[in-house]
Each structure stands twice: as structure tokens, then as C-alpha cells.
Design a protein around this ligand. Sequence first.
Ligand code: MG
Length: 383
Amino acid sequence: MTLLADYAAQEQHSLGRRFAEEPPTYRSEFQRDRDRIIHSAAFRRLEYKTQVFVNHEGDMFRTRLTHSIEVAQIGRSIARILHLNEDLVETIALAHDLGHTPFGHAGQDALNACMKDYGGFEHNLQSLRVVDELEERYADFPGLNLTYESREGILKHCSPQKARELGDVGQRFLNKQQPGLEAQIVNLADEIAYNNHDVDDGLRAGLIKLEQLCEIRLFAEQFHVVKQRYPELTDRRLIHEIIRRMINLLVVDLIDHTQQRIAEVNPDSIHDVRAQTEMLAGFGEEMQALHLELKQFLRHRLYRHYRVHRMSAKASRILSALFNAFMDDIGLLPYDYQQSAKDYEKQQGKPGRARAVADYIAGMTDRYAITEYGRIFDAAELT
Ligand code: MG
């Protein structure tokens, strides 16, 4: 690893773990965090969770696992130039989607609606819950017992009420402070990754067309550059060449402008970064506008496409039906979740029971949710 900047997350100034542990022998504390995530059950399940397309729609599309790896790649490239902590960036990137429900955005909305009277459901908070509570791997503590800096990065946003309940990592939302630069970079690397791969997957699925994308400036500019230089290129290679150039433009702009802001503010520690009223990482104004245009295009043309909506509507019916069935009869849950439902209900009443059901459903992959729905509702499966 290259020398860390003063404003980077540094192990010797870490705010530590919730449960004290001996330091690792040959690894840094942040390497240990990353390794714990890679060995977790929630991380393996990302392979069968999706964002826009349901997993069985085809093997060609991104899953949350490949997405998380893409975010880690983009994040690390940026971190290295800015002399930030690459291990921490990788940790946050690999963990950022651990709490996602099956069926992407549709699943999250459905589960949030089911949990409306029981404290709601938010995938960001759930990612933190996975690493703090739900993973069962270590003798000495629940969860993965990650460092404060990793947990801070995983919690991207949160309501004031939840922030109060969370304590340490929630405090910055009440104080209107920022997370460290490593967390800020992963957040933006996430946006760069999903906007670009949604263009790629959307085109491959035939839901959006090249001509439509040429209405978008960021895409159109690269389209013309590539077309002029390689007039004979096949569509497949043309698309990939445009996408790689878009990612590169976004990354370079992000690095340049973040470097500028760092030079202006001149923070001498991560505490200085946290104390800022604004994020230090960000695109320049012009790129910000171009990126927003691309995001809005995807929202209208892809996420609201009727074929995506059909998948989403079906997904949301499956999750709501499962939720209601488990709430009405926790005897349908596997034994360990039955036990959690009873324990939480004893402590918190009905919201406790709902939380155990939400934990079970949120942990499902797309295909597991479909199978589970069949096991509970399909009469043919009785035979
Ligand atoms: Mg993501």
C-alpha cells in the first residue's frame, strides 16, 4: 500500500471495535474486516441477489456480488491516487449491499411497506444489522465485530430517530457531520458502477436502445468519438467501448475535483474530514449534471419499463405474501428464526416478531424467495 495521507483512515487512530480484540498477527485491522466480510454467509448470498433484473432472467446480468466487486475496483483505483486507505475502501464496497432484500429495489419497497407499523425496513440499516448482529461466526461476539470506520461507511444514510437508537455510528446524522473520505468515495463509486452497468444490462435485455441513449450527452459524446474512430465496430464492442470511456471520464473527474477540494480545505486528519459540513468527495459541476441526466434517463426508460415493472410487481406480491404468512403463524419459520421471533417479541412486542420475519426475508436470495413461496402457497408442492 502507498503512503497514507494525513486525512486518510489510519489504523492507529481507529475508533475501534465494539468488542475489544487482540490485534491481528500479519494483517491490518481493515484487512481483517474485509476478510470477515468475504467469509460471511450474507456475502456469498449476494451472488443470487439482483438490483434490476430478477436472478433467473439470465446469467448475463449483474448480480449484487459482481456489482460489489465492481464498486471495490472503482473505489480502490480512486483511493490509491488520493492516498486513502484502500483496504477500508474495499471493505466498505464489499459490505455495502449485504442487507439488501431479494428482488432489488422492488423487494426493499415491499418489505418496507410490510414493516410500516413496526419501525420500517431500510437496506442500509440492514447491512449494518448483518455485520453487527445477524452473522453468527465467532465465539466471542455476535456479528463480525467490524471497526467503527467500516461500520460508519456501511451506514450511508439514516433517519434522526434511527440515528438516536444506533448510538456511535448514528451520531454524525444528528450532528450533520460527514463520514471519512473512504466512505464518501465508495458511495460515489457505487453510483458510477450501477449507472454504467444498468446501461449495459438494459441494452442487453433489449429494454433500452442505442438511439435512446444517444439523447443523453454523456453517452452521445462517447458514441460519436468511438464511431468516428472505429466506424466498423460491432454493436457489442461499441457499447462496451463507450461504457468503459464513460466510467473513465467519471472516475477522472471525481479524482480531479476531490483533489481540488482536499487542497482547499486541507484537512489534517479523518476527524477534520468528518467535521466538514459538506462532503469533500464529488464530481465537478458539469460532470455532476451529466451524471444526473444519465440517472434520470435510467429511471424513466429502464426502471419504469413495463417489463421491469412486471418483475417488480410480482416480486412485491411474493414478499408481502411471505411476510403476512410468517407474521400470522411463526410456526412456518425455520426453528432458529422462530426462536428469534419469540425472543424479540418478548422484548419488544409485535414489532420484535416483525423484525425477525424481516430478517429472514431480507436474507433470502431471489431464487430462495421464489422456492419458499412455492413451499408455502403452491398446493402441488404438498405431494
Ligand atoms: Mg450498490
